[in-house]
Design a protein around this ligand. Structure first.
Ligand code: GLU
Length: 492
């Protein structure tokens, strides 16, 4: 029988869920889904000073928003400290670790000496040579000690094949006898992480490239504990357009998952965007439904090359990566309108312009309206910003539209109320009828219909551009259109 795949997402709760973490979580989740395996959520909260409850909540909320589901957990690394220490004792007993009584001052001094003499900076192994008697003596005298891994000596090496980066080899002679338990009795991360992965029977460790520098040491822990070594897949970095590593410190909220939630991204669109950062199919396909993505996903598609996240473009139209926006716009446009309905509703509620009738008598109108206006929108917040005039009578008028369509034609002050009177007289307020009235009015006035059409669009929607005007008028409705046209002289 084939072994079940078990993967884990193991964030340290020291800040919000950022796009790098989200990407790692998504890749693990996809791999579990793809293989029918299991995803474990493990919060690595052993850094007491930097871990916060807020961060834990933020990570969990972020994952839920993205739709990343896990099968076990959240477990907390701090729950297992006793286990980590038991493993350390086992390593000590089996001769894979030793007590090191060197003080911080001594170690510092040795390093300085090594630096001065341009020699190897690794721990020199002084305590590895101690006889059992002198160890017992120091212990009896109460000298504090750390536990160090006894890295094998000789010509050998730790070798592993990373699924993304290929064969990697670290010669034993280059590996320091690293500390696994501090002198205050705290296990170190390298140990805890490996012990947790052994306990959880993790088969594949899919994580950020920063884990690559730990891998060979973790493998030594696995081997010394007699545990099978999992497979590793390290994911390349995500950089900003200036090729700097994306970081919370440098890019702040712009790399936080909650920023995208707040700025009108559909969760699946964001997942679809994130997955393309450092992963591709051979045919570079871009849009995937959930089922399609699970079907297409493979660890082989993870790229070694770093990906670029265009945190901010100079183009003022975009407040973040244009690709992220275009993928989101694609989903806003293409999904069955009922699927975007709840997100638009949430925006309208937030803006205080939700009408409960939109889920009752006015639902057909509501859905038709979304259908009409969504094709030009990028994010769900556009529905309450650029689309506000459909749902509320108080809406701002874009200054560009005012300048171009109103101020340039001062006579509209008289013409628009004239159109209002004529539209009010219509018995059947249809696209054909409104179009006829508007074109006839332009003819009477001997002006281009475009002047009226643009002027009407501006005062009725507040926007420079939008869907076909006659459809817009029908959607907004006769009464409101007439009112807005009548009110328009106030703009002059
Ligand atoms: N807790 C580590 C981090 O957040 C993850 C390490 C791992 O996945 O092995 O960077």
């Amino acid at each position: 029988m084939k072994q079940e795949v078990i993967v884990r997402f193991a964030p340290s709760p020291t800040g919000y869920l950022h796009i790098g973490g989200a990407r790692t979580a998504i890749f693990n989740w996809l791999y579990a889904q793809k293989t029918g395996g299991k995803l474990i959520l493990r919060i690595e909260d052993t850094d007491a000073e930097r871990s916060t409850e807020d961060s834990i909540q933020g990570i969990i909320e972020g994952l839920k928003w993205l739709g990343v589901t896990w099968d076990e957990g959240p477990y907390f690394q701090t729950q297992f400290i006793e286990e980590h220490l038991a493993a350390a004792r086992k390593l000590l007993e089996s001769g894979h670790a030793y007590k090191c009584f060197c003080t911080i001052e001594e170690l510092k001094h040795k390093r300085q000496e090594a630096l001065r003499q341009k020699k190897d900076l690794k721990y020199d192994g002084t305590c590895r040579q101690l006889t059992p008697d002198s160890v017992a003596e120091k212990e009896a005298a109460g000298v504090p000690y750390t536990l160090r891994m006894k890295v094998p000596k000789g010509e050998g090496a730790v070798c592993f094949e990373d699924i993304v980066y290929g064969n990697i080899e670290h010669k034993y002679k280059d590996i320091e006898d690293f500390v696994i338990v501090r002198s205050n009795g705290q296990p170190l991360y390298l140990l805890s992480n490996a012990v947790d992965d052994i306990r959880d029977r993790i088969t594949h460790i899919i994580r950020g490239q920063d884990g690559l520098s730990n891998t060979h040491r973790q493998i030594l822990v696995y081997q010394a504990l007699g545990a099978p070594v999992p497979k590793f897949a390290h994911m390349s970095l995500t950089l900003d357009p200036k090729k700097a590593k994306i970081s919370k410190r440098k890019h702040g909220e712009l790399v936080a998952v909650h920023f995208y939630k707040a700025h009108g991204f559909l969760p699946w669109a964001f997942v679809n965007f994130l997955v393309l950062l450092g992963w591709a199919t051979p045919e570079s396909r871009e849009i995937f439904s959930k089922e399609e993505l699970i079907e297409a996903f493979s660890l082989k598609g993870i790229s070694r090359a770093n990906s670029i996240f265009n945190v901010k473009k100079d183009d003022p139209k975009y407040f973040t990566d244009p690709k992220a926006i275009s993928i989101n716009a694609h989903y806003l446009r293409e999904l069955p309108v009922e699927e975007i309905e709840p997100y638009v509703r949430a925006e309208l509620e937030k803006a205080g312009i939700w009408d409960p009738e939109y889920e009752n008598a006015k639902r057909p109108w509501f859905l038709e309206t979304l259908e009409l206006i969504r094709s030009r929108f990028h994010v769900t917040t556009d529905f309450v910003e650029r689309g506000r005039a459909y749902f509320a009578d108080d809406f701002p008028i874009e200054s560009r539209a005012l300048k171009k369509n109103i101020s340039k034609h001062p006579q509209l002050e008289n013409w628009l109320p004239m159109v209002a009177d004529r539209l009010e007289g219509l018995e059947r307020f249809t696209t054909a009828e409104t179009e006829r009235v508007i074109r006839e009015t332009a003819e009477t006035l001997e002006i281009k219909p475009g002047v009226l059409i643009n002027g009407i669009r501006t005062v009725v929607t507040g926007q420079l551009a939008g869907p076909g005007l006659f459809d817009v008028l029908i959607t907004i409705g006769q009464r409101r259109v007439v009112e807005r046209l009548r009110r328009s002289p106030a703009l002059f």
